[in-house]
Write a protein that binds this ligand. Structure first.
Ligand code: NAP
Ligand code: GDP
Length: 368
C-alpha cells in the first residue's frame, strides 16, 4: 500500500487516542437528545463501518484491506449489505449503529445505475439516495463518529461547463438531464458535509470518483454501467455468433478507474485526508477514452472479432464528457500508480467468465 505520510502515526497511542471522541467533543456534537457515551470513547479502538460494503467499490475495499494484512490490524472493518438493514429507514440505521458502534464510516451505499437506469427511474434515484444519505449523516453526527467519507461522482458535475472540471465547480450549473435525480441527491452530500462541519464541527468529507469498473460490479444487461453491460452482452454475442451491439455513437469520453485502485485511495482518504472539501479520485485527463475504445477493449478481452462491433446510434449517448482534473489528488499522492486499463479489463473479464455460472456470484448474471 502507498503512503502519503509515515504510517507510524496510525499505530502510535496518541493517534489512536485522537481517533475516539472525548466526552466533551461528543457532548458538543450532540446538543439535542440523550447523551449516550459510545463504547469507543472508552476502548479507543478504530471501527470502520463500510455501508454498501458488498458492492463494486466495497468489494474493492475488502480486497485492498485483505492485501494489507497486518497493516490494518489496529482497525476493525465491517462491511454492510442491504441484508444488514435498509438505510432508507432511520430506525434500521440506528439499530446498525447500536450494533457496530463505528468510530469511522465509509458511506458507499446508494442506488446506483448506468445511463439507461438513471433515465428510467429518476424519482427513485433521488428519493432513495437522499434518504440514505440523510440517515447516515444524522446518525454519524449523533454518535460522535470521528470521520465520515461519502462518495459523490463526476456525473453530478454541471453539463455545460469548462473542462477539466475540478472540485470547486460541482454546483456551477445543472447536471445533465439524464441523471438529474441521482446528481442532485449526490450534490447535497457536499452541502451536508459543509453544514455539519459549520454547525457541529463534524469531520465529514467526500470523494468524487470517475466511472468505476472491476470484479463484483453489477452486470445487469440493461441497467448496469457501460463496462459491465458490454462485458455481459459481448459474452452472449460471442456465444451466439452475433454482432456485438454498442449503444449510442461511441464518441462520448470517460475516465475509468479500477475498483481496487479507488479502494486504496478511499482508504487513504479515510486515514489521512483532513479537508471537508471533496477530492476527485481519478486517472489523469490523458487517460480519458471514448466509449468506442472501451468497446474494442471489451471485445479484445473477450477475444471477439473487432469487425463485428457495431454502434446503434438510435440509443442515447448521455453526457458527452465530464473530464475531471485530478491535480488535487496528485498534490497529495504524486506517486500513486493506477492499474493499466487493459490489465484491469482483463482481470474483470476473466473473473466474470469464471464466475458467471456460480449461483449468486455475479450480480445481473442469468446463468442457464
Ligand atoms: P453497487 O455495486 O451498486 O453497490 C451498492 C451497495 O449499496 C450494495 O452493497 C447494496 O447492498 C447497498 N445498498 C443499496 N441500497 C441500499 C439500501 N437501501 N440499504 C442498504 N444498503 C443498500 O454500487 P457501487 O458501484 O459500489 O457504488 C459505490 C458508491 O460509489 C456509490 O455511492 C456510488 O454512487 C458511487 N459511484 C459509483 C460509480 C460507478 O461507476 N459504479 C461511479 C461514481 C461513484 P446489496 O448488495 O445488499 O444490494
Ligand atoms: P455515465 O458515464 O454516467 O453516462 O454511465 P454509463 O456507464 O452508463 O455510460 C454511458 C455511455 O456508454 C453512454 O455514452 C452510452 O451510450 C454508452 N453505452 C454503450 N453501450 C452501453 C451499455 O450497454 N450500457 C450502458 N449503460 N451504456 C452504454
Amino acid at each position: 500500500m502507498f503512503r502519503s505520510a509515515p504510517r507510524s502515526s496510525r499505530s502510535d497511542t496518541s493517534h489512536q487516542h485522537a481517533s475516539a471522541p472525548s466526552r466533551a467533543e461528543f457532548v458538543r456534537s450532540h446538543p439535542e437528545g440523550t447523551l449516550v457515551e459510545p463504547p469507543h470513547a472508552r476502548t479507543m479502538s478504530k471501527v470502520v463501518m463500510v455501508t454498501g460494503g458488498t458492492g463494486l467499490v466495497g468489494s474493492g475495499i475488502q480486497e485492498a484491506i485483505a492485501a494489507e494484512g497486518d497493516a490494518a490490524k489496529d482497525e476493525k472493518w465491517i462491511y454492510l449489505s442491504s441484508k444488514d438493514g435498509n438505510l432508507c429507514d432511520p430506525a434500521e440505521v440506528a439499530a446498525i449503529f447500536d450494533k457496530y458502534q463505528p468510530t469511522h464510516v465509509i458511506h458507499l451505499a446508494a442506488q446506483v445505475g448506468g445511463l439507461f437506469a438513471n433515465m428510467k427511474h429518476k424519482v427513485q434515484f433521488w428519493r432513495n439516495n437522499v434518504m440514505m444519505n440523510d440517515n447516515i449523516f444524522q446518525e454519524c453526527h449523533k454518535r460522535g463518529v470521528k470521520k465520515l467519507v461519502s462518495c459523490l461522482s463526476t456525473c453530478i458535475f454541471p453539463d455545460k461547463t469548462t473542462f477539466p472540471i475540478n472540485e470547486t465547480m460541482i454546483h456551477d450549473g445543472p447536471p445533465h438531464y439524464s441523471n438529474e435525480g441521482y446528481a442532485y441527491a449526490k450534490r447535497m452530500v457536499d452541502v451536508q458535509n459543509r453544514m455539519y462541519k459549520s454547525q457541529y464541527g463534524c469531520n465529514f468529507t467526500a470523494v468524487i470518483p470517475t466511472n468505476i469498473f472491476g470484479k463484483h460490479d453489477n452486470f445487469h444487461l440493461e441497467d448496469s454501467h457501460v463496462i459491465p453491460g458490454l462485458i455481459h452482452r459481448g459474452m452472449i454475442c460471442k456465444k451466439e455468433g452475433k454482432d456485438f451491439e454498442i449503444w449510442g455513437s461511441g464518441t462520448p469520453l470517460r475516465q475509468f478507474i479500477y475498483n481496487v485502485d479507488l479502494a486504496k485511495l478511499m482508504i487513504w482518504t479515510m486515514r489521512e485526508y483532513e479537508e471537508a472539501d471533496p477530492i476527485i479520485l481519478s486517472v489523469g485527463e490523458e487517460d480519458e477514452i471514448t466509449i468506442k475504445d472501451v468497446a474494442y477493449a471489451v471485445a479484445k478481452a473477450l477475444d471477439f472479432p473487432k469487425e463485428k462491433v457495431k454502434f446503434d446510434t438510435s440509443k442515447a449517448d448521455g453526457q458527452f464528457k465530464k473530464t475531471a482534473d485530478n491535480s488535487k489528488l496528485r498534490k497529495y499522492l504524486p506517486d500513486f500508480k493506477f492499474t493499466p486499463f487493459e490489465e484491469a479489463m482483463d482481470t474483470t473479464v476473466k473473473w466474470f467468465i469464471e464466475n458467471y455460472d456460480v449461483p449468486g456470484a455475479v450480480r445481473g448474471a442469468v446463468p442457464k
